[in-house]
Design a protein around this ligand. Structure first.
Ligand SMILES: [Zn+2]
Length: 358
């Protein structure tokens, strides 16, 4: 029934690790005490000798009370059980890795505070549960490097996520997220951002500040364009975009309604530098004139107000792929033909390895 093996002495790392592992994984257990078992096996070990406890792939609904006796536990794998609660006591263990994916956990099931005994947690996996919102207590974990909460029902990312400055992997695919807050762009260590299979329509321009980012997974969303500065992400080697409307939209010409007479007149005033001031024009008209935007076509000195042409421009990305970026122009005549692509020399130090558009 119990699988607790004591290995003979060998100083190799693997065996040393195995000796410190208590493995009850994949045993179809509905209940476990961990208390008597240790003594029953006469293993000459106590709870505190173990650094890894595997309880994954069982049918556990709750955790044994004796868990708190594993005072040196670093890795706890609870994945694929039927857990409805993670007791607060779990936070007294010096855990580095806590894997609780594929259970029945809700936001109420989680400890009120995730502060570990010495705030040691580096990896937390809550994927495949019943979370309906981003667990705010996670942002306390300033040392956390890997946070997985995919396959839940989370609708928004915490606006306090900027506090998680050690975060290298943020995995939130398969949720109901519609907005990505600007503060995500301040996670300077982030290497992988997984947001696929959500309801995202826009990405904040701050994404372009994620200089460590290597992998950005955005497939199966509602994106129509990307922030234009995203091409500045020199470390990005993987970008997935399939199943977003943006791919479809490039093929279509964007219809343009004619500008209003007000806009036509205002454009002429701006382009011809006709002087105006409070004595000449009403205040509202002056404010309108001051809201002019410059056309991004470098060969056009034009301006636009409310009536702009949204244009998707393909931009070379890392010398190999072209990605769609949104820009605004004053007129459809300002859409410049895409220049012939120069042959890539291969001299670039970096290359996109995967861009998945279709
Ligand atoms: Zn223009």
């Amino acid at each position: 029934m119990f699988k607790m093996e004591v290995y003979t002495s060998d100083s190799s790392d693997t065996e040393s690790r195995e000796q410190k592992t208590l493995d009850y994984g994949r045993m179809d257990l509905t209940e476990i005490t961990l208390d008597d078992d240790l003594h029953a096996k006469k293993a000459l070990k106590t709870h505190k000798d173990f650094e890894t406890l595997m309880l994954n792939h069982n049918r556990l609904v709750q955790l044994p009370a004796s868990l708190t006796k594993f005072t040196n536990l670093k890795v706890l794998d609870l994945s694929s059980n039927r857990l409805v609660q993670l007791p607060d006591a779990i936070c007294n263990l010096p855990l580095v890795t806590l894997i609780a994916k594929n259970n029945q956990l809700t936001n109420k099931s989680l400890p009120k505070s995730f502060m570990m005994r010495s705030v040691t947690l580096k990896e937390l996996n809550l994927s495949g549960n019943q979370l309906t919102h981003f667990p705010e207590q996670v942002v306390e974990l300033k040392q956390l490097r890997y946070f997985y909460a995919g396959g839940n029902k989370i609708t928004a990312i915490s606006k306090d996520i900027w506090r998680m400055q050690s975060l290298q992997v943020l995995s939130l695919g398969g949720n109901l997220i519609s907005d990505v807050p600007e503060v995500v762009g301040s996670l300077s260590q982030l290497q992988a951002l997984v947001l696929c299979d959500n309801l995202i329509e826009n990405l904040p321009a701050s994404i372009a500040h994620l200089n460590s980012l290597k992998s950005l997974l955005l497939h199966k969303n509602r994106l129509r364009h990307l922030p234009k500065d995203i091409i500045a992400l020199k470390n990005l080697t993987e970008l997935s975009l399939r199943d977003n409307p943006l791919v479809v939209r490039f093929v279509q010409d964007i219809a343009m309604t004619p500008p209003s007479l007000m806009e036509c007149a205002a454009r002429v005033i701006k382009v011809s530098s006709i002087p105006y001031g409070p004595g000449i024009l009403p205040r509202t008209v002056i404010e309108y004139l001051q809201s002019a935007n410059c056309c991004v076509n470098p060969n056009c000195k034009g301006v636009f107000f409310d009536n702009r042409v949204e244009h998707i421009k393909f931009v070379d990305f890392c010398g190999k792929y072209r990605v769609p970026l949104l820009q605004y122009l004053c007129s459809s005549k300002c859409i410049q033909p895409e220049p012939e692509r120069p042959q890539t020399s291969g001299a670039n130090g970096y290359m996109m390895r995967k861009v998945l558009l279709g």
